[in-house]
Design a protein around this ligand. Sequence first.
Ligand code: GLA
Length: 411
Amino acid sequence: MRILSLLSVGVFALSSFAAGAQTAPGAGNNRVDKPAPPQVALTPPMGWNSWNFFAGRVTDKDIRDAADQLVATGMKDAGYVYINIDDTWEGERDADGVLHSNAKFPDMKALADYVHSKGLKLGIYSSPGPKTCAGFAASFDHEAQDAQLYASWGIDYLKYDLCSYREGVMQVQEPDDKAAQMRLMVAAYAKMDKALKTTGRPIVYSLCQYGWDAVWEWGPKVGANLWRTTGDIQPNWNSIYSILNEQAGLAQYAGPGHWNDPDMLEVGNGKLSLAENRTHFSVWAMLAAPLLAGNDLPNMTPEVRAILTNREVIAIDQDSLGREATRAYSDGEVDVWTRHLANGSMAIAVVNAGSDRYSTHPFHLSLARLGLRGPLKGKDLWTGKQIRLTDDMPVEIASHDILLIRIPSPK
Ligand code: GLA
């Protein structure tokens, strides 16, 4: 019996490791008699989420189509694993308090089985409040029951969005005490963490409360694998660029298993130009952000697909060191970010936020301000060409475009 149970623990640990690069058994724990629960999100989660394109219209078919497309477009091979259903899947609770999905999602277990059959994982969405942001039933007072339900369906990821918990609970219970309101919020997130852990299923835990109350300081303590650092992203340059700038100063809070989340990708949405899509994707990779595509996968253009599947850019995001980029300096309308990578290599991103190419002119990239000395060999990750960096070299970048370079041996 003992040997059998040891064997099954080993098989469980191995199978959860094989299930995806973003899941691994308890690192550094060689004791098989009392294994640590498998760790998730050792690198930033990658996948797709329904909200940015479908919002409240999403259906079971859209989720199945997205799963099919992740496989067909090569995105799965490039690392995209999670298919996340956002708000508006929820139906009513029955007499026993069990939540049912609504008519758009006739059979959640069957949907999870379908997504798993493609080698992918399924995510879902709820709120600690009585209602979700779109006004559907949420988990208040049903946390343990909902966590068990998700586990029984085979859910692998939960986005837990504050929504009505603020007006419906925090502000009602503690109308005059902001600190007490915050304690209620932290307790609500800790409660769901406990409920998820009790299921025994590895489930990525994603906090969404728009970056309030320095969530990066307490997110890891409530078991979060990622936490939103901002309000909702929009598919336009101003939104993307202002979110980027809000991330300055947060790098120290990110690392394997716990990430800053500047919100889901808008690559391929709205009227973003190719340069803007490229810059958005590149800087999210520099930020070690979750790469959750949010576009219409069945109608994706080849150019957008090429951006989302650029493996060398994805490798920056997924770098095993897990160190987020910092803003090295800004000069006029040009920003320079750097990221330290495993094996001593480094990535440099130079963003032209100005309205035309000539606003960068004559921009000179100062290696000294990055703590480097030229000449250095690097690779331009968008042209694929080798590049030689010299001190104060002139760089000309189109409006809203980026120069993204990987340097194997910086000095
Ligand atoms: C909030 C979140 C969004 C999305 C919607 C769904 O606005 O920030 O990402 O989940 O709720 O209602």
